[in-house]
Design a protein around this ligand. Structure first.
Ligand SMILES: [Fe+2]
Length: 230
């Protein structure tokens, strides 16, 4: 299959609807992360296809959290050992949920590896440096920035500049420093990157509206890989 098919795209949209219904905060977070990821991808001169892959992966990077018990999902910071282990399973769960869809490896890997760290101390695979797929390194930066700059029940949001300084001062331990450098420039140039991305995975007109509901998405040519379920 060389392009996303209509049914697969509808299933991706259903996942975003499920996320919106189950956890509006997670859904909004995913929208913002996707917008940031596409902005970073564009600044890095990634191809249109790579930007689309980034957006799909960012929109669904935390899909696996929907499989977690509600008590864990809404708990915040004070997690026990078993709860932490359950939370840490979400990247693999997300990849598994998406596995029947013929998505490219880039999308799958970005979902699976978005909690890896450049130092090798992340999860689930302990990948190090450029072993971590580019899409995952991009989503990780956007994910962290969005988490820091939005409130949680247990802490207020950080100011934009403070969050950017934390990214810069990381010094390549958690995030790819070359990507954070570009990310910081993008956010400083356009501080409120929370607008629509390229796709239209939502029922209420999020995205550019280039394709209406029920239509095919010719701009997604090549987004889907050749593999089916595994
Ligand atoms: Fe995550």
């Amino acid at each position: 299959m060389s392009r996303i098919d209509d049914l697969s795209f509808k299933i991706l949209r259903s996942f975003t609807l499920l996320m919106e219904a189950k956890s509006p905060d997670l859904w909004l977070h995913s929208l913002r992360v996707a917008s940031l990821a596409v902005a970073l991808g564009r600044a890095l001169d990634l191809s249109e296809r790579a930007q689309l892959e980034l957006e799909v992966a960012a929109r669904l990077h935390d899909l696996g959290k929907l499989a977690l018990p509600d008590v864990i999902l809404g708990k915040g910071e004070s997690l026990g050992e078993a709860e932490t282990a359950a939370i840490r399973a979400h990247p693999v769960l997300g990849e598994r949920i998406l596995s029947p869809l013929p998505l490219t490896d880039e999308v799958r890997k970005a979902v699976r590896s978005h909690h890896e760290r450049m130092s090798g101390e992340g999860y689930p695979d302990g990948l190090r440096g450029e072993e971590i797929p580019l899409g995952a390194r991009i989503v990780a930066i956007c994910d962290a920035y969005d988490a820091m700059t939005n409130p949680r029940s247990y802490r207020p949001p950080k100011a934009t500049e403070k969050a950017l300084v934390i990214l810069i001062q990381d010094d390549g331990q958690q995030w790819d420093p070359r990507l954070t450098e570009t990310f910081v420039r993008v956010v400083r140039q356009e501080p409120s990157r929370t607008g629509p991305g390229l796709l239209s995975l939502d029922p209420v007109g999020f995205g550019t509206g280039r394709a209406g509901r029920g239509q095919s998405w010719p701009e997604l040519d090549g987004l889907m890989g050749g593999r089916g379920s595994r």
